[in-house]
Write a protein that binds this ligand. Structure first.
Ligand code: AMP
Length: 181
């Protein structure tokens, strides 16, 4: 079961990905988490990605795609995964399609006001949660990632999740979608 989670920053897809991972015993793969780990390690990739991540811009497609490809080839991802934060551009969606199949895309939806409030309220201390960077990330989402909604709708893979609900409500919708044939 190869599942993609789509949605703006702060919409709750990271939380859902982790809970779904526990429930379905499949890895949750967050590209933001992977990039932050590379940055912390000061690896070559981390050094190249840092400026983009800190300033709320997208890391170039080639770098992220290589990283995701390598991660999806690991043993634990053979039976499936929850991919959180990739693809984020049409180029990435096309690349993903070339190297693996996607079974369903969960599209997390909430009003902009709600997601801004959620990011402001989170206590992870991420540098890119600073108020001016939040707005940049939301703009980047609207410009670069939102077109993927149509991309996946055309592929008949898209399922909307009302993310204004609490965690239980969101999980219930996700589980329902994932249980359908
Ligand atoms: P996230 O934790 O998903 O909000 O990601 C944090 C940051 O990592 C983003 O603002 C981007 O700078 C970078 N990032 C994560 N995933 C991708 C991706 N698929 N393509 C490009 N940049 C990404």
């Amino acid at each position: 079961m190869n599942i993609v989670l789509l949605g703006p920053p702060g919409v709750g897809k990271g939380t859902a990905a982790k809970l779904l991972s526990e429930k379905f015993k499949l890895p949750s793969i967050g590209t933001g988490d992977l990039l932050r780990a590379e940055i912390a390690k000061e690896s070559g990739l981390g050094r190249r990605a840092q400026h983009y991540v800190d300033s709320g811009q997208l890391v170039p497609d080639e770098l992220v795609t290589e990283m995701v490809k390598a991660r999806l080839l690991q043993d634990d991802a053979k039976k499936g995964y929850f991919l959180d934060g990739y693809p984020r551009t049409t180029e990435q969606a096309k690349a993903l399609k070339e190297f693996t199949t996607t079974d369903k895309v969960l599209n997390f939806v909430a009003p902009k006001k709600t997601i801004i409030e959620r990011i402001r309220g989170r206590g992870e201390g991420r540098a890119d949660d600073a108020p001016e960077v939040i707005l940049r990330r939301i703009n980047v989402y609207e410009e670069k990632t939102q077109p993927l909604i149509d991309f996946y709708r055309n592929e008949r893979l898209l399922f909307d999740i009302d993310s204004t609900m609490n965690v239980d409500g969101v999980m219930k919708q996700c589980i329902e979608v994932l249980s359908e044939e």
